[in-house]
Design a protein around this ligand. Structure first.
Ligand code: HEC
Length: 273
């Protein structure tokens, strides 16, 4: 069963579970003091998720994290504002639901590309690193928002563990080394996908990790848990980052994802935490 299918089948049961869980949270005296505001956010988080959520196999604690994670991803972090493959004119919104247009319907994200990555943040932007530096108007590599949807094992962001995910949000490290800092001082840098100094190519660019790194451990776990519950999307349509032809592809375990990155021994051996 694909994540997408299981998400559908589990939908009704999950909703019931959430209602029961929230009831429990709100009524439990021990959780009461800290939980009223949190329970509101969890409830709103579930209500605003633009895609069906797969809560199969999650403990009630993890289900609560999913709700809180949805709130952080959809109401605060605007992750889908950047991690989408949608182009003009609707970008990450469904046709007719772009709130920046005249007479739109209610704002609604396009589930077909939700958090699947693909937006390019540097096409044709001159990468002028300043006078006297050898790279002048060197066009920097394409900086492309990555696919954050889970793989067929339900691990977010194409197979990251919680520890890896936490490391990315805390330090901005690019675990895929897609655009290392250029080492050559010649005008044509090698490899061609590198970023000239003073930019640190080992860190994610554009991605607001210097802000997200201040999230609490619990909140990062909530974002992670939510990203494990959204449907897998194998983004075959967007141009991948330079030098990383498989970066946006994701193995959703369905028959139509030939060409997706297949799981390695290592990724199969990974456990959730
Ligand atoms: C302003 C745009 C923007 C926003 C908002 C944004 N991201 Fe990103 N993110 C990016 C870009 C661009 C990259 C790739 C950067 C690069 O290649 O240097 C990225 C990379 C990442 C990566 C690394 C992926 C990998 O394969 O290593 C993770 C994880 C990530 N983002 C998570 C998130 C989460 C979670 C949120 C919301 C809480 C978020 N991002 C919000 C633009 C954004």
């Amino acid at each position: 069963m694909t994540n997408e299918n299981s998400a559908k089948t589990v939908g009704a049961g999950a909703l019931l579970l959430v209602v029961l869980l929230l009831g429990g949270l709100i009524n439990s005296p021990s959780a009461h003091a800290q939980s009223n505001a949190d329970a509101d956010r969890i409830q709103q988080g579930f209500a605003m998720a633009p895609v069906p959520l797969n809560l199969m196999g999650k403990s009630s604690y993890q289900v609560a994290l999913v709700g809180r994670g949805s709130y952080l991803v959809n109401a605060i972090g605007d992750c889908n504002g950047c991690h989408t493959s949608g182009g003009p004119p609707n970008f990450n919104y469904l046709y007719g639901h772009n709130p920046y247009f005249l007479h739109p319907g209610p704002a609604q994200a396009n589930p077909a590309e939700y958090l699947a990555g693909g937006a390019n943040f540097s096409t044709a932007l001159p990468f002028n690193v300043g006078p006297g530096l050898p790279y002048g108007n060197y066009l920097g590599p394409n900086i492309i928002a990555r696919n954050l949807t889970p793989d067929l094992h339900g691990l977010p962001e194409g197979g990251k563990t919680l520890a890896q995910f936490r490391g990315v949000l805390r330090t901005g490290v690019d675990m895929d080394h897609i655009h290392p800092t250029c080492t050559s001082s010649t005008p044509v840098p090698t490899p061609p996908n590198c970023i000239p100094p003073p930019v640190d190519g080992s860190r994610l660019q554009i991605m607001p990790w210097p802000v997200f790194h201040q999230l609490s451990d619990d909140d990062i776990e909530a974002v992670y848990e939510y990203l494990s519950a959204i449907p897998c999307i194998d983004n075959k349509t967007s141009t991948p980052p330079d030098g990383a032809p498989n970066e946006l592809r994701n193995n959703c375990g369905s028959s139509d994802n030939s060409g997706a990155v297949m799981p390695t021994e290592d990724s199969l051996a990974r456990t959730r935490r």
